[in-house]
Design a protein around this ligand. Structure first.
Ligand code: ATP
Ligand code: MG
Length: 567
C-alpha cells in the first residue's frame, strides 16, 4: 500500500481529552477518530489491526470446532423479557421502539438470541454439543465511556456460545475455550493473567477473566507469586494483617470534631485498623449499614453480592433523614432506621472503635456481633501485602484491562427461553450453556499499552497493520524509487504486507511517522543505495539497524519476521 493513496492522518500532538497512552497513540497514529462519546471510526490502519486480531480469533475458534454465525444487533424485547434481563439491566441497554411501537433492543450481548435459536433448532442429544460464534457489533450505553477504544458504547466482540447436554460436557467446552483464549492472547503478543471472577449480570456457576496488566485498566486483580492464586479484587479475599486491639469493654469516649477515621484514630491514639468504618448504602429507598475495618475499603460488588441487590452510597441528607445522625457519627450499636447490618469477616475477632450515633463521641472496645447483631460477609477490597487465601504468602494487586472472559451459564437462559433437548431416555432437559467474550479493540489497545516507547507504538508481529514500512528517502530520485518499488514487489509477492511512504517529505518527518505507527520493520532506501548498493533495515522494537544489499532484503526480512513472530 502507498501512503500517498491512503488515509493515515498522523498527528504531532496528543488529543486534548486523552489520558490513556493507547488512546493518545491510536489517535495520533491515525488509527481511530471519535465520532461521539464512546463511538469510534476505525480508519484504514486501525481497521487492519482489528482484522488481524479477528483473524487470529477466528482461527482459534475454528480450531476448537466453533461455527461462525451472525446474529442481529436489532432484537425484539420479548426474548429479553423472557430471560428477565429486560428488567434486570438498567441504563446500559439501548432500547427503542419500531414504527409499530414495538419495544426493541440493541444487543449488548447475545445469550437470548442463542437460546432462541437453540429452542427451535436443537431437538435431541444427538444435536449436541454445539459451538457457535460471531464477531459482531455490540451496543452498550456505558456510564463512563473512556480511555479511547477501551470502553466504548459501540464495539466489536467475538462472542461464542456452547450448548451441551450436562454440566460435565460444559466443563469440556469451557476448558477448550480457556485453552483457545490463551492461544489467542499469546499469538496477539499481549501479556495477561487468567483470574477467577464474579459472574455478575451473566449469572451462572463459574467464570474466568483474561486480564492484561496495564495502568489504563479499570480492574484490579490480586495475585500470589508463590502459589499462582489470581482473582479479581471483586472476588479476591486477602487475609488481613491482624490489628492489635485494645480491651473489649464497650465505653463511650469523647472525640470532639473528629469525623474521619484518620481524625478519630489520631485523637484516640489507636491504629486505624482498630476502628470500624460504618457506611450507609441505599437498596431502593431502604438504608443498610455496611461495616469494614478502618484501614480497609469496601468493594461495592461484594456488598451487592452479599445483599443480593444493587446498592448505592447514601447521600448525607438521606443518612440524616433515616438514621437521625450525621455521616461522621454513624455506628452499629443501637443504630436506628437501617434494615440490615452487614459486617466484613475481618471484624470477627477483636474490639473496635465505632461511631456512637451521637456527634462528638465514639464507642471504644466494641465487639462486633456481640454488642450488636449483624450478618457476616466478605466486603473488603483485597490489599497488597495481605495473605494469599490459598497459601498465606503476601498478595500483590495489579491494574489490568479485561480483554476477555468466559462464563459457565448453566440453564438460566435455556430454561426461560425453552431451549430443551431430548436425552437418550427420551426425557426433556434444558440445554447447558456457556458464553465467552473477547474484545478485539481491547486487545489492540492492550498491545499498545504494553508495547510502546517515547516515539510511538511497537506492534507485535501478528497484529501489526503492516509488516514492513518502506521509506524511499528521496521520492524524486528515480533510482531510489525504482529500488523501493522492486523491494515492495518482492516482499509483497513473498506474502509480507508493505506500506511504502512515497510522500515527498523530509526524511525526518517520515521516520517520525514510522516510529509513531510502530510497524515492526522499517526499510530505508536512501543515499547508501547509490554509494554502497545497500538499504537499511531497522527493527522498531530494538531500533537495531543493519545494512543489506538489495538482493539480501527478502532473506533479512524473513529472518527478522521469523524471530518477531516467535517473540
Ligand atoms: P467490563 O467489566 O470491562 O465492562 P464486561 O464484563 O461488561 O466488561 P463482557 O460483557 O463479558 O464484558 O464482554 C466481553 C468482552 O468484550 C470483554 O472482556 C471486553 O474485552 C469487551 N468489552 C466489554 N465492554 C466493552 C466496551 N464497552 N468497549 C470495548 N470492549 C468491551
Ligand atoms: Mg461492562
Amino acid at each position: 500500500m502507498r501512503w500517498n493513496r491512503s488515509l493515515i492522518p498522523t498527528l504531532r500532538e496528543d488529543p486534548a481529552d486523552a489520558e490513556a497512552i493507547s488512546h493518545k497513540l491510536m489517535v495520533r497514529a491515525g488509527l481511530v477518530r471519535q465520532l461521539a462519546a464512546g463511538i469510534y471510526v476505525y480508519l484504514p490502519v486501525g481497521h487492519r489491526v482489528l482484522n488481524k486480531i479477528n483473524r487470529v480469533i477466528r482461527e482459534e475458534m475454528n480450531a476448537i470446532g466453533g461455527q461462525e454465525i451472525s446474529m442481529p444487533v436489532l432484537q425484539p424485547a420479548e426474548i429479553w423479557q423472557q430471560s428477565g434481563r429486560w428488567d434486570a439491566i438498567g441504563g446500559e441497554m439501548f432500547r427503542l421502539k419500531d414504527r409499530n411501537q414495538r419495544d426493541m433492543v440493541l444487543g449488548m450481548t447475545h445469550e437470548e438470541v442463542v437460546a432462541w435459536i437453540a429452542a427451535r433448532e436443537i431437538r435431541s442429544y444427538r444435536d449436541l454439543p454445539q459451538i457457535w460464534y460471531q464477531v459482531q457489533t455490540k451496543e452498550r450505553d456505558e456510564a463512563r465511556p473512556r480511555s479511547g477504544v477501551l470502553r466504548t458504547r459501540e464495539f466489536l466482540m467475538k462472542d461464542s456460545y456452547t450448548l451441551d447436554p450436562d454440566a460435565a460436557a460444559l466443563e469440556v467446552s469451557y476448558s477448550a475455550h480457556k485453552d483457545a483464549y490463551c492461544k489467542i492472547f499469546d499469538r496477539c503478543g499481549i501479556r495477561y493473567v487468567v483470574v477467577d471472577s464474579d459472574p455478575g449480570m451473566m449469572g451462572g456457576s463459574g467464570s474466568h477473566e483474561f486480564m492484561a496488566p496495564s495502568a489504563a485498566g479499570e480492574d484490579d486483580v490480586a495475585l500470589c507469586a508463590a502459589c499462582g492464586y489470581a482473582a479479581n479484587v471483586e472476588l479476591a479475599r486477602g487475609v488481613p494483617v491482624a490489628a492489635s486491639l485494645p480491651e473489649a469493654v464497650a465505653r463511650e469516649v469523647a472525640t470532639p470534631e473528629a469525623r474521619t477515621i484518620a481524625e478519630v484514630a489520631a485523637q484516640l491514639k489507636v491504629d486505624a485498623a482498630c476502628t470500624v468504618k460504618s457506611l450507609v448504602f441505599m437498596v431502593g429507598d431502604m438504608p443498610v449499614l455496611a461495616l469494614v475495618r478502618g484501614d480497609h475499603n469496601l468493594h461495592e460488588r461484594k456488598l451487592a453480592r452479599a445483599l443480593r441487590a444493587e446498592a448505592r452510597p447514601a447521600h448525607p441528607d438521606e443518612v440524616r433523614k433515616h438514621l437521625g445522625v450525621s455521616v461522621g457519627s454513624v455506628g452499629p450499636v443501637g443504630v436506628r432506621g437501617v434494615s440490615r447490618i452487614v459486617a466484613d469477616e475481618s471484624l470477627k475477632s477483636g474490639a473496635y472503635v465505632v461511631g456512637a450515633n451521637r456527634d462528638g463521641y465514639h464507642l471504644a472496645g466494641v465487639t462486633v456481633g456481640k454488642d450488636f447483631a449483624c450478618e457476616w460477609a466478605d466486603l473488603q477490597v483485597a490489599l497488597p501485602g495481605e495473605g494469599c487465601p490459598k497459601c498465606g504468602k503476601p498478595l500483590t494487586v495489579e491494574r489490568v484491562i479485561e480483554v476477555g472472559n468466559i462464563f459457565k451459564l448453566g440453564t438460566q437462559y435455556s430454561e426461560p427461553l425453552g431451549a430443551m433437548y431430548l436425552d437418550e431416555q427420551g426425557q426433556q432437559r434444558p440445554i447447558v450453556m456457556g458464553s465467552y467474550g473477547i474484545g478485539p479493540a481491547r486487545i489492540a489497545a492492550a498491545a499498545v499499552e504494553q508495547r510502546h516507547d517515547a516515539d510511538g507504538i511497537v506492534w507485535p508481529w501478528a497484529i501489526a497493520p503492516f509488516h514492513v514500512h518502506l521509506v524511499p528517502v528521496a521520492v524524486k530520485d528515480a533510482g531510489q524509487m525504482a529500488a523501493a518499488t522492486e523491494i515492495e514487489r518482492l516482499l509483497t509477492d513473498a506474502g509480507f504486507e508493505v506500506l511504502m511512504d512515497d510522500r515527498d517529505e523530509r526524511a525526518g518527518v517520515k521516520f517520525k511517522d514510522a516510529d509513531l505507527l510502530g510497524i515492526p520493520i522499517r526499510i530505508t532506501v536512501g543515499n547508501a543505495l547509490a554509494k554502497e548498493g545497500v538499504v537499511e533495515i531497522r527493527e522498531r522494537r530494538t531500533r537495531a539497524e543493519r545494512k543489506v544489499t538489495r538482493e539480501g532484503v527478502l532473506e533479512a526480512v524473513r529472518k527478522i519476521g521469523g524471530e518477531l513472530a516467535m517473540a
